[in-house]
Design a binder for this molecule. Sequence first.
Ligand code: HMG
Ligand code: MG
Length: 304
Amino acid sequence: MFPSAVTLVDVGPRDGLQNEKQPVGTAHKIELVHRLQAAGLREIEVTSFVSPKWVPQMADNAEVMAGLQRRAGVRYSVLTPNLKGLEAALPTRPDEIVVFGAASEAFSQRNINCSIAESVERFAPVVREAHAQGLKVRAAISCALGCPYQGEVSADEVEKIVVLMKGIGVDHCGIADTIGVGTPRRVQAAMERALKHFPLDEVSGHFHDTYGQALANIYACLEMGLHVFDASVAGLGGCPYAKGATGNVATEDVVFMLDGLGIETGVDLDALVDAGAFISGVLDRAPVSRAGKALLAKRGKAAA
Ligand code: HMG
Ligand code: MG
C-alpha cells in the first residue's frame, strides 16, 4: 500500500513566514522560493492574498510573485480567501489557488471572520472563477484534529466541511492539523472521511508539529497510500489565529524519513538543508528541523 513516490508541497514561504513578527524582506522571500525549487521541490506555496491588516507579513504578495524566476515543472500556489484575494492574485499568475475553511466553527470565526457556511458561500465564486481561468483549486480544512478554541473536533465535523468543499467543486482536499494535536489513528480516521469524497491523488496532509506527532501522522497516511503532504522548510511557521501552534513538520525531516523508506521525492536533502539554513539565518535563529540541525552539525565536524 506504501506509495513509491511522494509529492511534497513546501508551504514555508507562506505558512512558515506568515506568523513572523519581524519583517522579512521581499528579496529574502523570493530567494527562499528559488532555493526550494533548486533543491527539487516541485510544489511551492508562495504567499497569500489576504487582508494586510490581518496578516501584514504577506502584504508583499504581488511583489514576491513578480520576482520569481519560474522553473518549468514547478507549480506555485497562493491562498485566496475571497474574490478580492483572487482578483489580486490572478495577474500574478499562480498555478493553483487555495481556499481555506475550518472543521471548527470557532476557528472559522477567528481566522476568516465568518461561519463555516458563510465561508463556503464565499469560496463558491472563487472556485468558479479560478476554474474559468484554468487554475486548480485546493481546499485546506483547518483544525481537522483539534481546535484551539473549541477543543475536540470529530471526524463527522471534518466530513461535513469536506462535503461542502466538494459541493462547490474544489479539486483537492488538504486535511490540516493546525495545532498539531492529532495522533496516527485519529489522523487515519479523518483521512478516511476525506477519501469517501475525494480520490487518493487529491487528498493531502498538512501537519503542524506542535506535539511532535507530525512524522508519525505522515507515516500513518503513507500506510493508507496517501502521497501528497505539505511541509515547511526549517520547520518554520504557525498560524496567527492558533496561539502556541508551532510550524509545520520540517520538510528536511520528512525527506530524511522518505529517503530512508526508499520513497522518491525528487528533493536533494543537502540543498534543502542549505535552504533551511539560509532562511533560519535571515530570521536569526537555528533551524527547527531535527534532520537539518544534525546534518549541519555533521558538516561542521567534517570541516573541522
Ligand atoms: P473581513 O474583515 O471579514 O473582510 O476579512 P471584509 O470583506 O469585511 O473586508 C475588510 C477589509 O479587508 C476591507 O478593507 C477589505 O478591502 C479588505 P478596508 O475597507 O477595511 O480597508 N480585504 C482584503 N484585502 C486584501 N486581500 C483580501 C481582502 N479581503 C478583504 N483578500 C478576510 C476577511 C478573510 C479577508 C480576513 O479575515 C483575513 O484576511 N484573514 C486572514 C486569514 C489568514 O491569512 N490566516 C492564515 C492563513 S490560514 C492557515 O494558516 C491555515 C492553513 O495553514 C492550514 C492549517 O494549518 O490549518 C492553511
Ligand atoms: Mg498551516
